[in-house]
Each structure stands twice: as C-alpha cells, then as structure tokens.
Design a protein around this ligand. Structure first.
Ligand SMILES: Cc1ncc(COP(=O)(O)O)c(C=O)c1O
Length: 385
C-alpha cells in the first residue's frame, strides 16, 4: 500500500512510507537487499534494478521514506553528508558562483574551499542572517545559495522564505542544509527552497552508527540530474546503511521531541549559571533570531552552544569532567555529546574567520541526548562547579 505524503501525518509516514510489506512473504520490515547485481531476462531487460550503484530496493525504500518526510517527490541517499553536499555542487559547472553562509559546518567549508573550488566553481561566504547581504553578494553567475540554518556551531538562523525569494528573482537555486533541525522541526521545501540536504549521520539515523547523507527535492529536472550523478559518481548510501537509517526514521519524531524537551531545560539552566558567559539556543528569548525561529521552525532542536567563563583551560576541564556527555565530534545521536568547535569540528576554518564568527577558545557545543533530564543537568552542574 502506498502512503501519500499529503494524506498522512509525519509519524505515520516515518513508519510506513516506502515500506509496504514485501510481496513474496509479507515481511513487515522491508528486507535488506545486499545484492550488487540483478538478473536480466535478456540483455538490457530487467524488472527495476540492474546494478546497485544505480539503484537498490533497500535504498529506494529509505529514499521514499525520507522524501515523504521532507514533503518531497524525490529523495536520494548518500554515503555521507559531505557526499550529498558535493553532489549538489556537481550540478554546477566551472565559472558558476555559489553564495554560502559565513558560519557553517567546518567540513562543508573545507569541501567548498579546498576541493570543489579547484574545479572552477567560485564560492563567497556571507552572513545570511541579513537577507540584504544576499542581494549585495549576488552576481550574474550566481547559480546556487547554500544555506545552513541553524548554523553549526553558532546557531545563526536565516529566513529561508526571504532568501529563496531573492535568489529565485536572480535565477539562483537554494539548497538548505537541514541537519540541525531534521525534517521534523523544519521543512525548507515548503518555505521555497529547491533542495534540502542532511547529514543523515546526525538526527536522521540518530544512533551514531551510520555515516550518511540525503538530498530531497520536488524539482523533477534536478532529481533527474541528481540520479545521473548518483549513478555516475557512486557516492550513494549502502544497502545496510539505508536499512539502518530507515529503521531509525521510525522513531525520529519521538526522538526529536525528547531531544528538544531536554535541550530547553539545559539551555535555561546554563543561562542562569554563574560560570556561563552566554548561551546560544534558538528557543531562548535571548537568541537574536528567536522570533524568526518561532516562525519558520516547528521546534528548536537539541543543539546548544555556549561560552564558558575563563579560557581554554576552563573549557577543557569542563569537558573532561562530564560523564553523561561524551567528548566527541558529531551530534544528533540519542547519547549526549560535547565538543570544542575551535579545536575539533571547525579546525579547518581559518583562525581569522573563527575569531570573526565567535568560534573562540571558550565556545562549547552540546548535542543534548535523550537520557534522563535529571542526569544531564546534574552532569553539567558537577562539571561547571
Ligand atoms: C550541519 C552539517 N552538515 C553536513 C555535515 C557533514 O556530514 P557527514 O559528517 O555525514 O559527512 C555535518 C557534519 O557534522 C554537519 O554538522
């Protein structure tokens, strides 16, 4: 049975879209198809799949599910978030210009600046919290606006609707990295974006055991080009990773609600603590774009960034004292993680840029997990003391 994305709610789609019981045995969970190749009845004649780089039944189920959650007609599973990002840029050609956030995941910056720029695509980095900056940066050859909102790590928020309007007037496409919000809390396509991208490694998979990426779109021309790139480049999601990520999607809604419930309490706790300088969380009244966050997001998510009082030594001691939070890169898993963006996830951003963006020695990023709220707060309390 097909589950029409326009007729069913998020939780229902997460459990059923693309996952009808299999025709042969009625298995409720779609089987894991590890086969790399598929039998042909005569040369060039096959049912649906010929070779797993081009397409695989387990991947298709996952792609249909994730597409429906983003309100999209087309979804694509990749081997990592960076592979998905890279594919978006591969839609362009040498001489094309991309405008991206000044603040974004360090690996995306490295991919743009040190890899893809070698192939003649030009990148500009702009503070997109102010849409007027976009108008000023648009060039005749601007073909894409790359928007990460909220940004990693300083949680700056851009107006997806406004940015899409301005970009489209100039004939540029908009791709939104929706990793921090997940499809549960933010729907960029409904706000006018052309493509939505995820590091599925984060909330989508949510259990820190798959590295993956996703692109979703409603534009059939773009979908055709992305499909061609998947087949030609081979950066697609493996059947096993697709299987695991699809399994995880079933609980995305409940996980996101639990992440947010804990994060809201943690953000308030940190804001009131004497050893904390400043807290950045879109759900706090003190967040500079709190009003926009309320308008364009359905929740505020589980990511919090804060400045600890003191210097690098205090930041480092705090992170080492935590027990419930593990000191590790990544985010969006059920377990709480803490990291130091300046030394860890954003080390590839030049120091000068980091200083400008406020990625300082005392900046600490928390991915608030879904452990008991009391244990999370006590852990932070002990480490801050
Ligand atoms: C916002 C964001 N986008 C993209 C990526 C890249 O994803 P991956 O690590 O799955 O390649 C990350 C990784 O941390 C991220 O935080």
């Amino acid at each position: 049975m097909e589950f029409d994305k326009n007729k069913y709610g998020f939780e229902t789609l997460a459990i059923h879209a693309g996952q009808s019981p299999d025709a042969e045995f009625g298995a409720v969970i779609p089987p894991l198809h590890l086969s790399t190749t598929f039998a042909q009845t005569e040369p060039g004649k096959y049912t649906k799949y010929d070779y797993s780089r081009a397409g695989n039944p387990t991947r298709t189920s996952y792609e249909q599910c994730i597409a429906s959650l983003e309100g999209a007609d087309f979804g694509f599973g990749f081997s990592s978030g960076c592979a998905a990002t890279s594919t978006v840029i591969q839609l362009l050609k040498a001489g094309d210009h991309v405008i991206a956030n000044d603040d974004m995941y360090g690996g995306t910056y490295r991919l743009f600046n040190s890899v893809l720029s070698k192939f003649g695509v030009e990148f500009s980095y702009v503070d997109l919290t102010n849409s007027e900056n976009l108008s000023a940066a648009l060039q005749d050859n601007t073909k894409l606006v790359w928007l990460e909102t909220p940004t990693n790590p300083t949680l700056k928020i851009s107006d997806i609707k406004e940015i899409s309007k301005i970009a489209h007037q100039k004939g540029a496409m908009v791709a939104v990295d929706n990793t921090f919000m997940s499809p549960y809390f933010q729907s960029p396509l409904a706000l006018g974006a052309d493509m939505v991208v995820h590091s599925a490694t984060k909330y989508i998979n949510g259990h820190s055991d798959v590295v993956g990426g996703v692109i979703a779109t409603n534009n059939s021309d773009l979908a055709e080009q992305i499909d061609f790139l998947v087949k030609s480049v081979g950066a697609m999601s493996s059947p096993f990773d697709s299987f695991l990520a699809m399994r995880s999607l079933k609980t995305l809604a409940v996980r996101m609600r639990a992440h947010e419930e804990n994060a809201k309490v943690v953000a308030k706790f940190l804001e009131s603590h004497a050893n904390v300088e400043k807290v950045l969380y879109p759900g706090l009244d003190s967040h500079p774009q709190h009003a926009l966050a309320k308008e364009q997001m359905k929740g505020f998510g589980g990511m919090i960034t804060f400045y600890i009082k003191g210097g690098l030594s205090e930041a480092s001691t705090f992170m080492q004292k935590l027990k419930v939070f593990t000191l590790a890169e990544s985010l969006g898993g059920v377990e709480s993680l803490v990291e130091h963006p300046g030394i860890m996830t954003h080390a590839s951003v030049p120091k000068e840029n980091r200083d400008k963006l406020g990625i300082t020695d005392t900046l600490i990023r928390l991915s608030v997990g879904i452990e008991s709220q009391e244990d999370i707060i006590n852990d932070l309390k002990n480490a801050l003391a």
